[in-house]
Design a protein around this ligand. Sequence first.
Ligand SMILES: NC(=[NH2+])NCCC[C@H](N)C(=O)O
Length: 405
Amino acid sequence: MTDLRIKSEYGTLKSVLMHRPGREIDRLTPYNKHLLLFEDVPYLEDMQREHDYFRSLLTQATGAKVYLLHELLMEVLLDRNLQRLLLTEGLKKYRLGHLVDEFMEKLSTSECATALIAGIKVHEAKRKMKGLHLEELLDFAYLIPPIPNLYFQRDTASICPGGMLFSSMRNEERQREADLVRVVFENHPHFKGQIHRVYPRDNQSSPPCIEGGDLIILSEKAIAVGDSERTDERAIYHLAKQLISEGTIERVYKVQLPKKRNFMHLDTVFTILDENLILTYPDALEAVVQTSVYTLKSRDNDQVHIKKTILQESLADILQLEIPHLQIIHTGNGNPDYALREQWFDGANVLTIAPRRVISYSRNKHTNRALRDVGVEVLEIPSSELSRGLGGPRCMTMPISRADF
Ligand SMILES: NC(=[NH2+])NCCC[C@H](N)C(=O)O
């Protein structure tokens, strides 16, 4: 069996991981939305309709297999040891790990999956699990907190030419998302044994932060990683060292972004649409603070040293050097006001489903026009509710396999 590897951002999608938003979204309130990284309180039923439309469009257009995280998780939870592990993690936040046996005894597999994703409150647990001793806890307190950002599957992990990275999330609220995904990939029969893990290398408990939305494959030999609000420089160094010592990747670019929410990940700055075509939000490209590149310095026996070179060129020039005959399309179709408006709804964050074929939010009409003008096929999806979490079609999908070219 071969490892899961992906060589480009634009090869026709063959399989992808998504999560259909569920009851975890209904946990958002005006008071917790910012803590949970939302800009608003979405209407779940419409959000699900939009997500279903997105998923069926993707399948029809590419024939790709869409794996749904919730289903994979249910299958993995049939293993009692994994169920124990994930419930213990979930209960840890409020130091309630001692309840794990009762949870396992009294919840069905499906209730357990729901509790892990939508969270579970004291009054709900009392109703479902008779005899649970929770007298001292307030009825509306969480025993397990919800993870409403789970539909942004791109951030939890990433597959590149060198293998698979499991994210270490900046926000504690999102770490359990990455933990669920990692347990699924390392244990579900569909994927088990096909993972070549490149990050984190060992099982340290909190490795430096890196999120999947910060990783962009430039070519079979080069990747770019955002040194962003979400990703630490140390994580990029460790990833670069691993990839370069294994010899799959020769250049790892570190793109330093201002630590701001509107450039939270590198994939809000640009995405790749074909071997020589990218879409970018021009202000973000200009806001890049500095770009460096990690390359091999020396290799003696099993000792590998890498070096970091600070580059003087702009990111646009670096991309031109890395990607021959590159054409750069701007969001907002050249109008800075439109670009700004559409950036709020992740204009640059389209999902490339095949060379020069993308899925984009219909609301980003000026960006979509700019794409069509250069011959890109744009498939539009509605996004009144999906966009309230501040992520676009790329953020919502984690490619598992793409056609080589
Ligand atoms: N790859 C991305 N750009 N993901 C967007 C994630 C949005 C999410 N609400 C967060 O703030 O974490």
